[in-house]
Design a protein around this ligand. Structure first.
Ligand code: ADP
Ligand code: MG
Length: 631
């Protein structure tokens, strides 16, 4: 399990530049219409929001106290009503129009951002998944499924939340702040300076706040990944947990991971909680200041030497209104910045994936591998796993089309690795792997893998019915499925099940036995009729009787296609045309069964142990095995 330091994305994230502008650049242009409508609405509606306070001042000064004449900007005096009731009604009409328009604009803004955000979320999720799916196997071997799931779910969701109006809110705030400042400065610049005094303070507070919480949110993200992996692991391994009655142990581990996550979140939230009230306090003091200076001015004239002129009641009321009105956007700005930091971390994680190098690149000029005969050639192949020691050394062999090759050797000797190179899950470090004489790096991955059927040691079934698992994406008839299951000796047990082919296999096939899963996996491969077949300990999970059954059918099946059969039970490879014996990544013996027996080497020893001719392996072999284990 990763510890708290081990956020797998942390070092890689450094290179991600401007993830937010990249995100918007990549996706915003796909949906120009809703984005433009929403932006326009977010631009106009805060301007309308400035109107009520201004109208109130107009009503107080031009209507109630009549200290200044009733005037509207840009409207000629002749067009204004002359009577007081007329002016009153006009003012009411203006108020109503402003609110009506604001309603429509708010609706447009929400609609535009929602359409945009939902679409981008969908695109992003599918793009990230497609990218992940295309990454090499080494990517998966050093990553936790929970970690990857959290990118696909919580990071993508968080970006949706951001896209849903973040830009609009920012624009809204900017327009409001600029608009309010402009009106106040235009009305009475001296009083405006007093009213705007707290603004820089707010910016300062926000700035230091963001600086403080940025690393805290990073940490919280990392601990969430660990927690998610822990949960995912435990729930999928629930059978092991229960059989070892390790519930208390696991509870403690989950609690530990959750506690770490909570501590990290609390560290960041504590600051968020302090931030809001501090802003309110600053704004409250600003409000009192405007009331003091403005009120004094109305009652006793300019309160300070440097102030001059008169101030009306309407102006003071308008300024007080605006001072309160600007508090919202300012507080929001802080929250938006806060949010931005969290979202940025998510965007970085998404772009780490997008930028992740594809380790098995496809040559742009790659040809389709067609009409495969099934010759396989390994020419001086050496291979090391990324940051691992050498798993294969100078392996050379040629397999003719239709030949059956047995691969045997102790655990860890490189049998599976050999097959992964043939499937091009990894590329060789040295040498060449060729199918039909063509280097596997020169053909498309799709055509290469389509010509190879692979039944692994741990067959994976997807949640769904047996039929769906066998067809697995192919559009095939029931007859075709049945013919495959008959050849895999699976038809019998399937029809014995209550729901037959429509039986739900459960998560990862856990409602079936290992042998049943294995046979379904074999049928799935047979349905595709590949020219090359790889059976990687394909019969390791079945009992002896079933193995004999499968073996019989496999013998027919393998007759006309190139087959690699990895077996720990040597009886299964006895009939192979040729056997390659691997030890420590090297081919140490090769030849048919009888010949290998007569050479009295590793194979002969393994064989005698299995058929019981030898009570145990020779001393030297056991010592070697023990040494390998220690290494
Ligand atoms: P076999 O199938 O013969 O039991 P493998 O081919 O699976 O052996 O493994 C050969 C060697 O490569 C072993 O030492 C094993 O530890 C190592 N190995 C296998 N898979 C990986 C991997 N994904 N990353 C790093 N090393 C690996
Ligand atoms: Mg293996």
């Amino acid at each position: 399990m990763p510890d708290e330091e081990d956020d797998i994305f942390s070092d890689e994230r450094e290179d991600i530049e401007k993830p937010m502008s990249r995100l918007l650049g990549k996706y915003a242009r796909r949906y120009p219409k809703p984005v433009c409508i929403a932006l326009a609405a977010n631009m106009v509606s805060p301007l309308l929001g400035l109107a009520p306070a201004w109208l109130l001042a107009l009503a107080i000064d031009g209507l109630f106290t009549e200290s200044t004449p009733y005037r509207l900007p840009l409207v000629p005096v002749e067009m204004l009503p002359e009577t007081t009731p007329g002016k009153m009604l006009l003012t009411v009409g203006l108020f109503v129009s402003v609110y009506l328009l604001t309603t429509i604009l708010t609706w447009l803004g929400s609609w535009g951002w929602a359409v945009f955000a939902e679409n981008v979320q969908h695109d992003l999720r599918t793009d990230v998944y497609d990218k992940m799916q295309g990454l090499g196997m080494e990517f998966y071997s050093d990553r936790q499924t929970g970690e990857l799931m959290s990118v696909l779910s919580s990071d993508v969701n968080r970006l949706e939340g951001f896209l849903n109006g973040w830009l609009g809110q920012l624009l809204n705030i900017l327009v409001q702040v600029v608009g309010i400042s402009a009106i106040m400065l235009g009305t009475n610049w001296q009083l405006a300076l007093v009213a705007l005094l707290p603004a820089p303070l707010l910016t300062l507070v926000s700035y230091f706040f963001v600086k403080k919480v940025r690393p805290m949110y990073r940490e919280a993200r990392g601990t969430f990944g660990d927690l998610a992996s822990r949960l995912e692991n435990n729930l999928s391994g629930i059978q092991v947990v229960k059989s070892f009655t390790n519930e208390p142990f696991e509870s403690t581990r989950v609690e530990g991971a959750s506690q770490k996550h909570m501590d990290a979140r609390w560290g960041a939230r504590r600051w968020g909680i302090r931030f809001g009230p501090l802003l309110t306090l600053i704004n409250g003091l600003g409000f009192a200041l405007v009331f003091l200076v403005g009120g004094w001015w109305v009652l006793f004239g300019p309160p300070l030497e440097m102030f001059s002129g008169t101030v009306t009641v309407g102006t003071v009321v308008m300024f007080l209104q605006y001072t309160r009105q600007i508090q919202g956007p300012m507080t929001q700005a802080g929250q938006l910045l806060n949010n931005f930091e969290r979202v940025k971390a998510s965007a970085e994680r998404v772009f780490v994936l997008f930028d992740y190098p594809v380790s098995i690149p496809e040559d742009p000029d790659a040809n389709e591998l067609t009409d495969v005969d099934g010759t396989v050639e390994f020419d001086d192949v050496s291979f090391s796993y990324p940051d691992g020691e050498e798993a294969l050394t100078d392996v050379s062999f040629t397999v003719d089309a239709g030949e059956t090759v047995g691969l045997v050797g102790p655990t860890g000797s490189g049998k599976s690795t050999l097959m992964k190179l043939l499937l091009r899950f990894y590329d060789v470090s040295e040498g060449e792997v060729a199918v039909d004489g063509i280097d596997v790096r020169d053909v498309t991955l799709r055509s290469l893998r389509a010509s190879i059927g692979y039944v692994s040691q741990e067959p994976f079934l997807f949640t769904g019915t047996i039929r769906e698992n066998i067809a697995y994406g192919l559009n095939v008839t029931d007859d075709e499925i049945q013919s495959a299951t008959e050849r895999a000796n699976a038809h019998g047990f399937i029809t014995d099940l209550e729901d037959g082919y429509d039986t739900e296999v459960g998560q990862r096939g856990d409602r079936l036995s290992g042998g049943q899963r294995q046979r379904i996996a074999i049928a799935r491969v047979l349905l595709r009729d590949p020219e090359i077949l790889i059976l990687d300990e394909a019969t390791s999970h079945v009992d002896n009787e079933t193995e004999v059954l499968i073996q019989q059918s496999l013998n027919e099946l393998t007759a006309d296609r190139t087959t690699f059969s990895i077996a720990h039970r040597l009886s299964t490879v006895r009939e192979a045309d040729r056997i390659l014996v691997l030890e420590d990544g090297e081919i140490v013996e090769r030849g048919p069964h009888e010949e290998l027996l007569s050479t009295n080497g590793l194979y002969a020893n393994l064989w005698r142990v299995q058929v019981g001719e030898l009570g145990s392996l020779p001393e030297t072999f056991l010592e070697e095995a023990a040494a390998r284990d220690r290494a």
